[in-house]
Design a protein around this ligand. Sequence first.
Ligand code: CA
Length: 252
Amino acid sequence: MLTNSLSIVSECCPTTAPTHSRAENELKILVIEDEPKAAEYLRQGLSESGYAVEVALDGTDGLHEAATGDYDLVILDVMLPGIDGFAVLSALRTSKQIPVLMLTARGKMDDKIRGFDLGADDYLVKPFQFPELLARVRVLLKRGQSSGCEQTLKVLDLEIDPVRHRAVRQGRRIELTAKEFALLTLLAQRSGQVLSRTQIASLVWDIHFDSDSNVVEVAMRRLRSKVDDPFQEKLIHTMRGVGYVLEHRAAG
Ligand code: CA
């Protein structure tokens, strides 16, 4: 039983840690952008800011590069020939937790929601000012550096210590079973990313089922009763027909 929850915790540990101990001027950014001018603008600006930058001019190359290369961040345009940015993101998310900043055209609110649902870490609307892009890049890179699994996971006022198997919200200890703790840790490690019931069942229970089993729903309900019900701000959200996501959503 415990081995399953341990496997989740170890997922984020192994080889990725050394990558993030590099100095900032060695951080590698992949830009996936098909418009040569925009790509060059990003390449030049980010290089001048001390990052190592590679550019991919379409979704296929970009996905291959992101999946196989050793990048600290991906800047991903939505409108790409061939495989678009959403498809790149969703393919990438099956294997990698690298931070992704998406770029889209003005006024495409649906794009933004879709991007976040697929696990984008941030979103920037074109045209943007370079300093804003740079500020967001820094935040994402810093977040990536501090998300090693030995460290406490934090979402709003919820803190999870994977090593000591402790969950605390607003300073209050939350008593969880081993499975509930594994489930909460998984959601927090992938905060902002929607996880399907099938993914959750396979990662937490190591079971593979179609859709009839309600083991995930039941556990999620119990988890919510402990993690969310006593508090005003809800962190666990249901994405109808898709799955669950743990994140802090601004009121309104
Ligand atoms: Ca484009």
